[in-house]
Design a protein around this ligand. Sequence first.
Ligand SMILES: [Zn+2]
Length: 122
Amino acid sequence: MDDDGGMTTPDATTARSWIAARRAVVEERLAGVERRLAAVRSARGDWIDEEHDPEGFALTFEWQQAEGLRAEHRAELAELDAAEARVASGGYGICTVCGQPIPAGQLELRPARTVCVACTDR
Ligand SMILES: [Zn+2]
C-alpha cells in the first residue's frame, strides 16, 4: 500500500489492471444474466397462458429483472471502455466535478468512476 491519500492519479499500468479486473467481473455477471434469460426464454415457451398463470407471471418478472441487469452490465462495460480511453489520453482518475484526483481506493472498487465520492455525496 503506497496510497498517500489519493493526491495523485494511478499510473497507466495500475489503472489498466483495475479496469481489466472489473471488466472480468462484469463480463462474468453479464454471462450469468444471459444464461438466466436463456433459461427463462425456454421455460416461458411452455406457458401458453402466462398472463393468468402465476408461474408465468413470475417468469415474466424474472425476465424483466434480468433484462434490467443486462442493460446495467452493458452500460458499465461501455463506461470501462471510456475509462480505458481516458487512461490513454491522460485524463483518467480526475474528478469531473472538483478536478481533483479521485482517491485510489475509490477507483480500485469502481475503475470507471468519473466523480469522486465526496462530489457524488454532495
Ligand atoms: Zn470530486
